[in-house]
Design a protein around this ligand. Structure first.
Ligand code: SAM
Length: 419
């Protein structure tokens, strides 16, 4: 077994310890440098192993429970979990088992458990790969599954779970007339790639003729329909996918975000694509000005992005969502004061919870007599009638387009202000 494969596995176990033990999100761990010491290919491998283990965790734990008299320390458990996923996905048994035995064996605290790791993984190697495809699609934890069933019904949630298990293809938004990698053009205009590999090696990356953006995430700006020369505020802009769309339309864009670190990505993205926007670090609740149009992509539970972020259901427990819902309402109320009479505002969240979407808009309509929902803003190509909600927003879910590979969950509403 190569040292490099073992290093990637050791790092994946560390990431699993952080996510499952400390409730940290994978992007937080990466930003804190968890994989900085690895070579680029090992970094990619460690991330892929972590993600695949989390996607299959329910199956993994059901297989392991038959072979464990008691649950071992978390890090040993995670080594067994990772080994189980690799074995069930067809990785050669001797490589996986030796590597996990070496990793656990070198631990001062848990080294004595290397015999257990060896014995358990050998049993998994014998019967796991046959059992794996017959097991049920992993379910969301109850704290999230229950409210989603209340909102969308059990069949829909099973469809979402299937989409989460399948993972997400790579979607690109093209700058108009752009050169792009060969892929499937989706009904809404995004280009979808399967097995894309390393993004920076795809044609057009250096030239900045496209950017990575889930097909659903590209739709809020379609609903806003920016025009050249309009003064547009992107209130929660980072990392900037929607800022790029607004700038590509020729709008005079102000991109604001509270996070300096995340704004670095906005600036990098603008530079690579050769697009222009005024970038401001600041709090949306304190920003002042008057704009023709506003995009409010509010901070949210991100429960619509689990296909790409399977760490979320394990790192979170829903306890922070109440604060987020309150912040969204305050942001929407403040953003409304920044919109000129006759202007339009698109509110969106990448959430599956109606409290962060449909309910926010229903409540805002009750508070602002000069606010109307513009259903006609959603009449662009690829939008299906059944996606339009009662109050006139657009509800997108991961179980939509199953034959095409799904989409992120999103809520989008276009609000007009009386002139
Ligand atoms: C859903 S993300 C935005 C994604 C972005 N619109 C895009 O398309 O790439 C939400 C953003 O809100 C920012 N944010 C959170 N609280 C904020 C506040 N009080 N003022 C401004 N930005 C805030 C976060 O830093 C985060 O970048």
């Amino acid at each position: 077994m190569s040292n490099s494969a073992t290093a990637a596995r050791r790092s994946a176990i560390y990431l699993l310890d952080q996510i499952l033990g400390e409730g940290r999100l994978l992007p937080e761990c990466l930003a804190a440098g968890a994989l900085d010491r690895l070579a680029p290919e090992d970094r990619a491998r460690a991330q892929r192993l972590t993600i695949e283990t989390l996607r299959g965790l329910e199956r993994v734990d059901r297989l392991l429970v038959d072979h464990l008299r008691q649950t071992p320390a978390l890090t040993v458990h995670n080594a067994l979990r990772l080994g189980t996923v690799e074995l069930c996905q067809g990785e050669a048994a001797h490589g996986v088992v030796n590597s996990m035995v070496e990793i656990v064996g070198r631990s001062r605290k848990h080294g004595r458990l290397k015999g257990l790791v060896n014995a358990v993984l050998r049993k998994i190697a014998a019967d796991g790969p046959d059992a794996w495809p017959k097991m049920r699609v992993p379910r969301l934890p109850e704290w999230l599954r229950d409210p989603l069933i209340m909102a969308w019904g059990e069949e829909a949630v099973k469809g979402m779970e299937q989409a989460h298990f399948n993972g997400a293809p790579l979607d690109l938004t093209l700058k108009s007339d752009a050169e792009a990698p060969d892929g499937e053009t989706l009904p809404t205009g995004s280009v979808r790639l399967r097995d894309a590999g390393q993004v920076s090696t795809l044609p057009g990356y250096e030239a900045g003729t496209w950017w990575v953006q889930d097909a659903a995430a590209a739709l809020p700006v379609r609903a806003l329909a920016p025009k050249a020369g309009e003064k547009i505020l992107d209130l929660c802009a980072a990392p900037g996918g929607k800022t790029l769309q607004l700038a590509a339309a020729g709008a005079d864009v102000t991109a604001l975000d509270i996070s300096d670190a995340r704004l670095v990505r906005v600036r990098e993205n603008l530079k690579r694509t050769g697009l222009k926007a005024k970038v401001i670090a600041g709090d949306a609740l304190e920003h002042q000005g008057q704009y023709d149009a506003i995009l409010l992509d509010a901070p949210c539970s991100a429960t619509g992005t689990i296909r790409r972020h399977p760490d979320l259901p394990f790192a979170k427990d829903g306890s922070e969502f109440g604060e987020l819902i309150e912040l969204q309402a305050r942001m929407l109320a403040h953003a409304w004061t920044l919109l000129r009479p006759g202007g339009r505002l698109v509110y969106c969240t990448c959430s599956l919870l109606p409290d962060e979407g449909e309910v926010q808009i229903e409540e805002a309509l009750g508070q602002h007599p000069d606010m109307q929902v513009d259903r006609s803003a959603l009449g662009f190509s690829g939008v299906e009638e059944s996606w339009i909600t009662e109050e006139g927003g657009l509800r997108l879910r991961p179980d939509y387009w199953p034959e095409r590979g799904g989409m992120d969950g999103f809520y989008i509403a276009c609000l007009n202000k009386s002139a």
